[in-house]
Every structure is written in structure tokens, then in C-alpha cells.
Design a protein around this ligand. Structure first.
Ligand SMILES: [Zn+2]
Length: 256
């Protein structure tokens, strides 16, 4: 069974049919999902989903685009969410995102460091979002000696992938791997050892080919796994087995 390591089923795009979509996942060969928190509100929702469905796990954390009103009290709440809910398995998604013009690098870096510290305190792995930070995100991870994490929706070079692997990181790919212009992602995937790879949808975003542009969901994670099998030159079954084992290890989940 597949493990979608990064999904956002709390998203309003699932408001109409969330229950049905989640209940259908086993028919698509999906055994587990991690629902990722990206703000205070979606962190709470991720925990609620994990508590509702036995095969859903959660992370809590605040995405760099959502940090502008964060407080120290929020950090305490994240900590309590972890301590009170055993299905919370990581802190994330956290990181840097300089894509938009209104991004405030200092503020993002402050809350990124603060949440990395929280993860350290709690001995939790981290789910990292890095967009257009031009190396700053990895610089901070190195500076804080973070070794237990995943770089999600990887879009960097093969060289960067190798560097992250050396640091101890997992590398996770989305449907971007299936896009026609994905040469860079394909090269990066080639550079990552099998035991460091994970698959994800980042749904409802990033739908893989042949569904690009539509609402994504965990059922489509098989397209990412198929492409990854082709790139790594192993069977589909082997990629499913390995990426699921990797995800179980990363999120510290026993028995499938
Ligand atoms: Zn995400």
C-alpha cells in the first residue's frame, strides 16, 4: 500500500466531499496519509483528522506564508497538540518561502528557527518547505544542526539533493516529477538513494500528469510512484514497498 506523506485534506476544496474522498483511498491502494498542518488553524484540523481516521497521521506547524501573526502562545499550543495527540508525528510544514513580494525574510527566519527549536525540544522530525530561499533555508538547517527531516515537494538540483541526503534528510517528491518539463526533478530523484525517498501529493495542489490542473488527492500518489519507479529502474511494487517503509520509519509508525 502507498503512503501519501504530505496531504492537506483540511483544505476548503474538500469541504463538499471530504469524508467520501478519504473513505475511497484504500480503493486506490493508499494505506496511510500524513495530513500536514500549515497554520495554527490547519494544524488543529490536521490533528482532528488524525483522531478521526486510524490511517491518517498529522503534523503541526506554521508555513512561512502564515507566520505574520504568530505569538509565543501559539508555540505553546503547538507543543500541547504534540504532547496530547500521539498521532502527531512531526513539526511542519515550516521553512522559508520568498516567492511572493510581500514576504518578510526576517520574520520568516525568526519563526522558522523558533519552530526548529520546538521540534528539537520535542525530539520530533521536521517537514520543510523551501521555495526561492536561495540556499538560506538549508543554511539555517545546517546552522541548527537539523538532521531528522524531509525536504517536501523537492524542486532543487541533484547537488542540493545530495547535500540534504548527507545531512540525513529524506527527499520527497510530488506530481511535479511527472510534468513534461521536470528534467531537474528527475535528475534530483536519480541522485537520491532509494532508502531516502518518499512520495507525496501535496493535495489539493500539484496534481500529477495525466490529471495536472485538477484537484489532487492521495489516490493520485500512484502516478508519482510509477514515475519514480521508472527513474530508479526498479519495479512499481518495489517503489511502493520502499517508500512506504521509509515513511513508516520517518514518521515512526509501527506495523502497516
Ligand atoms: Zn504542503
Amino acid at each position: 500500500m502507498l503512503f501519501d506523506t504530505h496531504a492537506h485534506f483540511d483544505d476548503p476544496q474538500f469541504d463538499e466531499d471530504r469524508e467520501q474522498v478519504i473513505q475511497s483511498l484504500r480503493d486506490y491502494g493508499v494505506g496511510n496519509v500524513t495530513n500536514i498542518g500549515a497554520s495554527m488553524e490547519t494544524s488543529r484540523q490536521a490533528v482532528a483528522l488524525a483522531n478521526q481516521y486510524d490511517f491518517i497521521y498529522a503534523t503541526v506547524g506554521v508555513h512561512p506564508g502564515e507566520v505574520d501573526e504568530l505569538t509565543e502562545q501559539d508555540m505553546q499550543e503547538l507543543k500541547n497538540l504534540v504532547l496530547n495527540n500521539p498521532k502527531v508525528r512531526a513539526i511542519g510544514e515550516i521553512g522559508l518561502d520568498y516567492h511572493y513580494e510581500d514576504a518578510d525574510p526576517d520574520e520568516q527566519q525568526f519563526w522558522f528557527r523558533r519552530q526548529l527549536k520546538l521540534a528539537e525540544e520535542l525530539s520530533m522530525p521536521v517537514v520543510i518547505h523551501d521555495r526561492d530561499s536561495k540556499g538560506k533555508c538549508i543554511e539555517i538547517l545546517e546552522e541548527m544542526d537539523v538532521r531528522n527531516g524531509v525536504m517536501h515537494c523537492f524542486s532543487g538540483s541533484a547537488e542540493t539533493a545530495r547535500k540534504l541526503v548527507d545531512m540525513g534528510f529524506m527527499i520527497s517528491f510530488t506530481g511535479v516529477l511527472t510534468f513534461k518539463n521536470a528534467r531537474r526533478a528527475v535528475e534530483a530523484c536519480q541522485a537520491v538513494p532509494l532508502e531516502r525517498l518518499m512520495v507525496e501529493t501535496d493535495c489539493p495542489y500539484m496534481a500529477p500528469e495525466p490529471h495536472r490542473g485538477t484537484r489532487n488527492f492521495s489516490g493520485y500518489v500512484k502516478y508519482v510512484a510509477e514515475k519514480m519507479a521508472e527513474i530508479k529502474g526498479v519495479s512499481y511494487e518495489e517503489i511502493v514497498r520502499i517508500t512506504t517503509e521509509n515513511a513508516m520509519r520517518f514518521y515512526q509508525i509501527k506495523n502497516v
